[in-house]
Design a protein around this ligand. Structure first.
Ligand code: TXA
Ligand code: MG
Length: 318
């Protein structure tokens, strides 16, 4: 049986308040939400996603004014970033309030906090009147959902409700930032560019997210964001061998022989538009029964970095 789909934020808030799981639209990707103060509901998120317990959840708030409900400290650099970019695709890692259960934070002393910008999600946060824990609404390690139908495909049979807010405007997950004494560390590249963060917070360090010995961002595995079709990330598109069933993903339109399908994300190379269309294009390619998806590297600046990061992890899965 597949779950119900609605555009009614009050219904979604009611289900959340009674301990249910609701897929929620945010400007980045759809989230799988539960009341962050209800450990049983939070446990259901991990079960539905088949997510390992070491991977902490992001907690969503209605506004910056609510930060003390989840965190004990808002360092000056974090406060500046929040004032400038919330609501928006920014997650701040802050010392957690004791009231936030270890299940949410995977036992860490910190909590990831974000104020999302999607109007329906904001309405739900206001109406439910509780912090909402929400990872991306996909099975663990799989492609992130940027449309309600992506959620139905992966999780439709294990959640209570989907709140339909249309396609996500940003299209890649939030940028995760940890304030440090001498600057900030980016734990995950995402919908807010490194350049934008540096303009407000000063020196930016990029975490070595692939170090297995001391991972700074638990859950940032080298293998992630994967379609079912094997994917390769290359500097330039090769000609597809005759008789093959290959698909191609590029930033700009391209003429290249032998491909069964070509997804070119933009006419003019706009990386913000490319990010918004990125996951939907991968979902479409993944449905074609291809032998392989070839992705051509994106420019390593602005949101191109976040797209490349996801493509590298998707490619590392195979
Ligand atoms: O845009 C987004 O961030 C979306 C929407 C739904 O808000 N959410 C999202 O959640 O991408 P998820 O679960 O797919 O990714 C959350 C990641 C974890 O895998 C982990 O790397 C990091 O956030 N994280 C969460 N809490 C953390 C903490 N206390 N310290 C370090 N990293 C943390
Ligand atoms: Mg995710």
């Amino acid at each position: 049986m597949t779950c119900r789909v609605t555009t009614d934020a009050a219904w979604a808030a009611d289900v959340l308040r009674s301990g249910g799981l609701v897929a929620l639209p945010t400007e980045t990707v759809y989230g799988l939400g539960a009341d962050a103060t209800n450990p049983t509901a939070v446990a259901r998120i991990f079960a539905a996603k088949q997510r390992p317990a070491f991977d902490p959840l992001i907690v969503h708030l209605a506004s910056l004014a609510h930060w003390q409900t989840v965190a004990t400290e808002l360092p000056p650099r974090a406060a500046q970033l929040a004032a400038r970019f919330w609501p928006g695709p920014l997650t701040l890692v802050l010392p957690k309030q004791s009231g936030i259960s270890d299940l949410v934070t995977s036992g860490l002393p910190t909590v990831g906090v974000r104020v999302p910008r999607h109007p329906l999600m904001q309405a739900v946060l206001e109406l439910a009147d509780c912090p909402i824990a929400a990872p991306s609404a996909n099975r663990f390690g799989r492609l992130s959902p940027t449309r309600p139908e992506h959620v139905v495909e992966q999780l439709g049979n294990v959640i209570d409700l989907i709140l339909d807010g249309g396609p996500c405007a940003v299209g890649v997950e939030s940028t995760i930032v940890r304030p440090d004494v001498d600057g900030v560390t980016i734990l995950r590249l995402g919908g807010l560019s490194v350049e934008d963060i540096a303009a407000v917070a000063g020196p930016v360090r990029l975490a070595a997210t692939e170090s297995s010995t001391a991972p700074e961002a638990p859950g940032m595995l080298p293998q992630h964001y994967a379609p079912r079709t094997p994917i390769a990330l290359v500097p330039a598109a090769p000609v597809a061998p005759s008789g093959s069933r290959w698909g191609l993903l590029t930033l700009r339109p391209i003429m290249c022989d032998g491909y069964v399908a070509i997804e070119s994300l933009t006419a003019d190379g706009d990386l913000i538009l490319a990010a918004a269309r990125f996951f939907a294009a991968l979902h479409r390619l993944d449905k074609l029964g291809l032998d392989r998806i070839i992705a051509v590297e994106f420019p390593e600046h602005g949101l191109g970095r976040a797209i490349n990061d996801r493509l590298r992890r998707a490619a590392a899965t195979y």
